[in-house]
Design a protein around this ligand. Sequence first.
Ligand SMILES: Cc1ncc(C[n+]2csc(CCOP(=O)(O)OP(=O)(O)O)c2C)c(N)n1
Ligand SMILES: [Mg+2]
Length: 348
Amino acid sequence: MSTIDLQTADGRHEALRTMLLIREFENRVRDRFADNEIPGFVHLSQGQEAVAVGTCGVLDVDDYVTSTHRAHGHSIAKGLDPEILLAELYGKETGYCRGRGGSMHVAELDQGMLGAQPIVGASVPLATGAGITAQVRDEDWVTVGFCGDGSVAAGQVHEAINLAATWQLPVVFVIENNQYSEGMVFDEQHNIEDLVDMAAAYGLPGEIVDGQDVTAVYETMQDAYERAASGEGPTIVEAKTYRYRGHFEGDEEPYRDEEEVKRWQNQHDPIENFREDLADRGELTDEEFESLEAEVVDRMDAAVERARDDDFPDPDAAYDDVFDEPVPEVELFREQLRADGGVPGGED
Ligand SMILES: Cc1ncc(C[n+]2csc(CCOP(=O)(O)OP(=O)(O)O)c2C)c(N)n1
Ligand SMILES: [Mg+2]
C-alpha cells in the first residue's frame, strides 16, 4: 500500500506538506551550515522535491530506497523524521546513525531507507542487491535505486542494471537528471539526450517524466512499481529536473547563469506547480497554503532548537561499531577527542 494516495484530497495535501517540509528542512541546513553549526559537507536537493515525493509516495514502508549524496529529500519522503535527520546532520547522538553518518551516510533500515551513498553510482548496485535479496527470500518489497545523471557515466551502474534486468528483479531505477554533474553540464558528459534511451540496451522499459510535476512522477512510478511487484522486472525512470542550489553548499557555480536558475524557480517550481493544481481543483486556498507553510516553519524551528541542545556522542564511543579489537591509533584519537571536549578539533 502506498504511503501517499494522490487520488484523494488528503493525499494531495500530504504530498504538498512533504515537499514543503523538504524545502524548509534544507533552508535550515543551508543557513546552519553557513553558520558552521552543521559540520561536514552538504548537498541540497531544492528544486527536486517532486521527484522524491512522487516516487516515495508510491512506496510502502516495507519497500526500500537507496540514495545518493543528495539524500535529504529522499529520506524525508521515505518517512524519516526531519527532527532525527537534522540531529544526524548536527552530528548528535540522537541522530539516525547516532551522529556517525551525517548528511551523506544517513540510513534507517526500519523505514526502508537503505542509505545515502557518497560514492557516485553506488546506490544502483545496492538497489540491485536489495532486489536479489527479495527474489532469493521470496519477499514482497520493491526497491527504488535513486541515482543522478552523472552516475550514469559510471561502470557499476551499468553492471547493476544489466544484472537486475537479466534476473527480472523487483527494482525501479530512478535517474534524477538535474542536468549537472558537479560543474559539468549534461552534454559534456553524455552522448545521448535522454538517458532513458539506454533502457533498450538492457531490454527494459524506460519512461521520461517531468520531475517538476509530482502527479506525473507519482503516476509513472505507479506503473513501474506494478511491474516490479508483479515479477515483470525493473523499469528505468528518468525524471527531468533541476537543482536550485550549487552542487554543494559553498559552490560558486561558475558553470551556470543566475538567470537559468531563476527561470526554473519562476517557471518550473514543483511546489508552486502543485499549489496551483490544488487551487484549480478548489482544494487549496491561499490561507490553507500559508498555514501549511507556517506549520513546517514551526516544526523546523523546534527541530533546530532540539538538534542544538542534543548531546554529541560520548568520545569514548567514537570507534564503537568500527573495530572489533582496540587499536592503538583509536586510543590516541579518543584521548585527543576527550581533550577537545568531544568535538574533533575542539569547540571553538
Ligand atoms: C566514484 C565517485 N566519483 C566522483 C565523486 C565526486 N562527485 C561527487 S557528486 C558528483 C557528481 C554527481 O552528479 P550526479 O550523479 O548528476 O548527481 P547530482 O550531484 O547532480 O545530484 C561527483 C563527480 C564521487 N563522490 N564518487
Ligand atoms: Mg546531476
